[in-house]
Design a protein around this ligand. Structure first.
Ligand code: GTP
Length: 598
């Protein structure tokens, strides 16, 4: 155990975690040149394309130190996006040390700090790494000072590095050996292992990734998952190299994978404790939480006949993504579909993209919303959970509504404090703190409704700060709020899938902008289409889409049949993501219009 080191890499998004991990894998010859490709640990297609880490990954490296001593290094790569922060917290709990990567051009950002706090809460040894020193825009001295200020460490502890050129990689390896403590744990105690990740394999089912804290796990052992209460046999266990390496036993201190024939991702919960079925630990690992969806939206097939296909695709997706939840629902406008819960907006986009890519589904996604709590006058103590605007009780019967709030942390340059402040106040935020980290960099915290983050917040923040603001948040519970449902009528018919819950003070303004936006997005048809916004029976805004029919074949003078067919094909394709509601065709963008009002 004394020659094991478990560490993770934490950083703000894009500061170079995955690239640095690749360099460590090269340096320890965990991958051969032939296997090496950029960002090796990001093995989902989507991760490669977007250049972001979606899931955590773990990999084991064999390392021989310059003095000849052999070590096992378990590296746990973590996702950087706030949607997946629970996974970061579990990965951190599986380690004794953390490389804190800071981009030498960008300095400390919101997630640098939030992840650092998580690491400190878990008593990890922090090794600060100043990455990207090769960049011409790198501010080596200044950013080193920022790190020293933040950690209260000695400047000599900060390792200058470049994941691009390989500079500093040996120093990082030396620091991992010298500064990260070896795991403690007792091999003779009952099994106690922390589940910090799981992955789905089409052929082998769910693979659970764990860190043994005490005891050991053996092949064939009868084991029990404490939180779910389920027992299984450990059909296969092993360590995670680039490929899995089966083993007969994994002892306290080490990291490994487990295959038990579990078929569904939801049976394995990140944060759960694995123990022995017959001699269970009396001391499961604390801090377990069920991950809760934060954002809800309807997903409907474009073609109503594809409903059953959509259901089976969602079920398959859920097998390997336990954080996706869904429930059948129906909409007067869109027919049968599903109300789905996501960890955040990025997660929503990922699911939508995976449905299209992996399952060849064409879907319409409705305006995302958060989960509200409503109470009626009749039963003021009974909570009604509103995950869909149409579920909000009639205004006349409504006692009150509560909405989820977050604590938002924003780090920006002092020049932009005013802009960021106005934006947050416009988004119903209340300033709770403002601290100068350095003379130029300010950390601001706000209490804000989560719903406001779902609506175009990131884009606006980027614009008002010229890209110099980073953002992170944690939920802080529900607060009472004055919410109303704004309905949209097309051709005098309410389109339920376009309804949104909006704070009363903003409802008129947003209703007006919504009808203007819909007028832009909905193609003209052979008749005039009135577009109206209403609160209850009261119309608050109106626009008209003027009649016009664009006959794409008109130019072809009847002659060239194949050309005509091509044009019609093209038009049909353009229609693919349209939905016929009554006699109006609505394109997908229109369903998301409320998100892009500025
Ligand atoms: P997420 O996984 O999305 O959280 O990002 P990450 O922190 O893993 O960052 P990633 O490794 O994907 O790097 C982000 C970008 O910075 C990529 O374009 C890298 O090529 C680049 N990059 C990483 N390290 C260096 C470095 O040392 N120097 C330079 N010049 N670029 C780097």
């Amino acid at each position: 155990m004394k020659n094991i080191r478990n560490f993770c890499i934490i950083a703000h998004i894009d500061h170079g975690k995955s690239t640095l991990a690749d360099r460590l894998l090269d340096a320890t010859q965990t991958v051969t040149k032939r296997e090496s490709k950029a960002q090796l640990l990001d093995n989902m297609d989507l991760e490669r394309e977007r250049g972001i880490t979606i899931k955590s990954h773990a990999i084991q490296m064999d390392y021989t130190a310059p003095d000849g001593e052999k070590y096992i290094l378990n590296l746990i790569d973590t996702p950087g996006h706030v949607d997946f922060s629970y996974e970061v917290s579990r990965s951190i709990a599986a380690c004794e040390g953390a490389l804190l990567i800071v981009d030498a051009a960008q300095s400390i950002q919101a997630q640098t700090i939030s992840n650092l706090y998580l690491a400190l809460e878990n008593d990890l040894e922090i090794i600060p790494v100043l990455n990207k020193v090769d960049l011409p825009s790198a501010n080596v001295e200044e950013v080193t000072d920022d790190i020293v200020d933040l950690l209260g460490c000695d400047p000599s502890e900060v390792i200058p590095a470049s994941a691009k050129t390989g500079l500093g990689i040996q120093d990082i390896l030396d620091a991992i050996i010298e500064r990260v403590p070896a795991p403690k744990g007792n091999v003779d105690e009952p099994l106690q292992a922390l589940v910090f990740d799981s992955q789905y394999n089409q052929f082998r089912g769910v693979e659970t990734i764990f860190r043994v804290i005490n005891g050991s796990i053996k092949k064939g052992q009868h084991i029990k998952f404490v939180a779910t209460g389920e027992s299984y046999y450990a059909d296969e266990i092993g360590t995670l190299k680039l490929n899995q390496v089966p083993k007969n036993e994994i002892k306290a201190g080490d990291v490994g994978y487990l295959i038990t024939g579990i078929k569904e991702a939801k049976e394995v919960k990140v944060g759960d404790t694995i123990t022995d079925h017959d001699h269970p630990t009396t001391n499961p690992i604390g801090g377990f939480e069920d991950v809760k969806p934060m954002v809800f939206a309807g997903i409907y097939p474009v073609d109503t006949e594809d409903y059953e296909d959509l259901r089976s695709s969602m079920e398959k997706l859920q097998l390997n993504d336990a954080s996706l939840v869904f429930q059948a629902e129906s909409s007067a406008a869109l027919g049968f579909g599903f109300r789905c819960g996501f960890l955040g907006m990025l997660h929503l986009e990922i699911i939508q993209e995976r449905l299209e890519r992996e399952f060849d589904m064409t879907v319409i996604t409705t305006v995302p919303n958060v989960s509200y709590h409503a109470f009626t006058n009749k039963n003021p103590d009974e909570v009604i959970i509103v995950n869909n605007p149409t579920d909000l009780p009639e205004p006349s019967t409504l006692n009150r509504v509560e909405e989820p709030y977050i604590k938002a942390t924003i780090i920006t340059k002092s020049d932009f404090v005013g802009n960021v402040m106005s934006l947050c106040i416009e988004k119903r935020g209340i300033v709770t703190n403002q601290t100068y980290l350095t003379t130029e960099r300010v950390e601001m915290t706000f209490d804000m409704p989560l719903a406001e983050i779902v609506f175009d917040f990131y884009d606006r923040l980027k614009t008002v700060s010229k890209g110099y603001a980073s953002f992170d948040y944690t939920p802080i519970g529900l607060r009472a709020s004055k919410l109303v449902r704004v309905d949209i009528l097309l051709n005098a018919q309410t389109v339920d899938a376009l309804s949104a819950l909006i704070h009363f003070d903003n409802a008129y303004n947003i209703g007006k902008k919504m009808v203007e936006k819909l007028k832009e997005l909905i193609p003209r048809q052979q008749f005039d289409i009135p577009v109206q916004a209403a609160i209850g029976a009261k119309i608050i805004a109106r626009e008209t889409i003027k009649a016009l029919r664009k006959d794409v074949t008109a130019k072809c003078y009847g002659g060239d049949i194949s050309r005509k067919r091509k044009l019609l094909e093209k038009q049909k394709k353009g229609k693919k993501r349209m939905r016929q509601v009554g006699n109006v065709e609505i394109p997908q963008q229109a369903f998301m219009a409320v998100l892009k009002l500025n």
